[in-house]
Design a protein around this ligand. Structure first.
Ligand SMILES: Cc1cc2nc3c(=O)[nH]c(=O)nc-3n(C[C@H](O)[C@H](O)[C@H](O)COP(=O)(O)OP(=O)(O)OC[C@H]3O[C@@H](n4cnc5c(N)ncnc54)[C@H](O)[C@@H]3O)c2cc1C
Length: 306
């Protein structure tokens, strides 16, 4: 790497492998991995960084396939300086690096219901970016506003209404990094919410390969958009059933496998490369198109060079 980068207070590591930072445990290195000390450090760094340098913000990598050639430019991963959780009245403000599960638990202890976040294995930054949700609740139902650092280092406060939140989708200015999010939650009994979260964990374990290396649902459910653009669980065309009907439950390609337990989960069953995972995903898309006419769209974000 010959490029000169600004000197931040946080950690800036050249040629940093990313596989161990993702749930699927695949992928090549980032040219640079930047772990800012705090929001000001991030803002100063981005303001001084060559505007031509690509920037990619990652959370905890639970919805990512990083390709084997790695990611050019700077990958930004938020850590300790971004994981506070503050509760005031009926709002919860969480740093983008706070884990969804921690936010759900802290909110429940304070009598606020963000229980839907309990079983989503990502960070708040990733949850907002993906409009994450399950069991009928989505980030869009609770998000009030976000704070972000723009690619030029400017600080942005963005109301939720400006993010165009839709099924597993949000619109953020390119290169911008979310630093925190404020949610509004309904009140509830802490004991009831603790029980609800236990129940959701058990439901997950019963239906999904929660102990395997995956990135959650691989493809979006093809049907089911309500008028608000949210997934509508009442329309029942699920990606997993199309994959199952195409005979691909458990299908393997090298170290990649469609889960036996939940056919829409793509697994690193041992020693998979990103190329194998992506090739298996594309094979599934081809076979489902042939057998049902449906064009499955990736939900997992694929990033980097082959
Ligand atoms: C077992 C399992 C179960 C899952 N179940 C669900 C589920 O029920 N519902 C659901 O919605 N998802 C689910 N997922 C997918 C995943 O957990 C979510 O999409 C999650 O919100 C991703 O968060 P992350 O921190 O891991 O983000 P990453 O995977 O690291 O990144 C995802 C996207 O968010 C962007 N991003 C992350 N942080 C920031 C930031 N600070 N600023 C700007 N952009 C950012 C990245 O650029 C990328 O585009 C599941 C995944 C697994 C492995």
């Amino acid at each position: 790497m010959t490029q000169t980068l600004p000197t931040p207070r946080g950690a800036l590591t050249p040629n940093r492998p990313l596989a161990d930072l993702t749930w699927l445990r695949v992928g090549g290195p980032a040219d640079w991995l930047f772990q800012p000390a705090d929001e000001q450090d991030l803002a100063d760094f981005l303001a001084a960084l060559d505007p031509a340098s690509p920037v990619f913000a990652m959370g905890v990598g639970s919805n990512l396939i990083v390709r084997d050639g790695g990611i050019r430019g700077v990958v930004i991963r938020l850590g300790r300086g971004f994981n506070t959780i503050e509760i005031a009245g009926e709002t919860v403000t969480a740093g983008a690096a706070a884990l969804d599960a921690h936010v759900a638990r802290r909110a429940a202890e304070a009598g606020l219901d963000l229980t839907f976040l309990r079983t989503i294995p990502g960070s708040i930054g990733g949850a907002v970016r993906m409009n994450a949700g399950c069991y009928g609740s989505y980030v869009a139902d609770h998000l009030v506003s976000v704070r972000a650092v723009a690619r030029d280092g400017g600080l942005l406060d963005i109301p939720a209404a400006d993010l165009a939140l839709a099924y597993r989708h949000s619109e953020l200015p390119p290169g911008c990094v979310l630093t925190r999010a404020t949610f509004r939650a309904n009140r509830g009994e802490p004991a009831d919410m603790a029980a609800k979260m236990q129940d959701q964990l058990a439901r997950r374990d019963a239906s999904q390969p929660t102990r395997d290396r995956s990135a959650g649902s691989t493809f979006r459910n093809p049907a089911g958009y309500s008028s608000t653009g949210r997934a509508d669980d009442s329309h029942d065309l699920k990606a997993w059933s199309l994959i199952d009907a195409a005979g691909l439950r458990g299908h393997r390609l090298g170290g990649a496998q469609m889960s036996e337990k939940h056919p829409n989960f793509l697994l690193n069953a041992g020693g998979a490369t990103a190329a194998e995972l992506e090739a298996l995903g594309e094979l599934v898309r081809d076979r489902v198109r042939e057998s049902s006419g449906h064009d499955l769209a990736w939900e997992v974000i694929r990033v980097g060079e082959p």
